[in-house]
Write a protein that binds this ligand. Structure first.
Ligand code: HEM
Length: 148
């Protein structure tokens, strides 16, 4: 890989990684706020929304952002684009549907079902992007890193 291409790849991976982390932070603030509201009101009906916003919104997004930083070729792949689009579409629909379901709207169930399948497709795209396009990690633990 020549230096220019390598640098472009790094910059693109950095942008992808940052996008996931910034959106994850938004979900983190929202999910923890919901936790505080649930605790204060003793109304735990939205517990499933709190849990999924924390785990799929915050924990998973930040982890995926960090994985893309480690594997720049995966971050630059078309699968990574599909991963982002499908995930960002599925999660708010899933959380909204779950909220409606938990607040007594059984009609929201198909919405949650469809969003969950789209979410699964997004997760498979991520896994394939890393498996097929990951290549070598740019971080080699236990070895000294040389400056670019
Ligand atoms: C200030 C921060 C947070 C507050 C105030 C909060 C509040 C709550 C409340 C009130 C419940 C319901 C407990 C019950 O049903 O008795 C809950 C459940 C839960 N929260 Fe949080 N939470 C916070 C942060 C987090 C974070 C960061 C995560 C994960 C990354 C998380 C994961 C969970 C899980 C998995 C449950 C379900 C536990 C169970 O049903 O056994 N929470 N939280």
């Amino acid at each position: 890989m020549n230096t220019i291409t390598g640098r472009r790849l790094q910059e693109s991976a950095e942008a992808t990684s940052r996008r996931w982390i910034v959106i994850g932070l938004v979900y983190f603030v929202a999910a923890v706020s919901l936790g505080v509201v649930m605790g204060a009101s003793h109304d735990f009906r939205l517990k499933a929304v709190h849990v999924h916003a924390n785990l799929l919104g915050w924990v998973s997004m930040v982890l995926m952002g960090l994985v893309y930083r480690l594997y720049p070729s995966a971050a630059a792949s078309r699968l990574a684009g599909w991963h982002f689009a499908l995930y960002q579409l599925a999660l708010p629909v899933m959380l909204g549907g779950l909220a409606a379901l938990m607040l007594g709207q059984p009609g929201a169930e198909p919405l949650v079902g469809i969003a969950s399948v789209v979410m699964l497709a997004a997760v498979v795209c991520f896994a394939l992007a890393v498996w097929l396009g990951g290549g070598r990690s740019v971080v080699h633990f236990g070895q000294s890193q040389t400056a670019a």
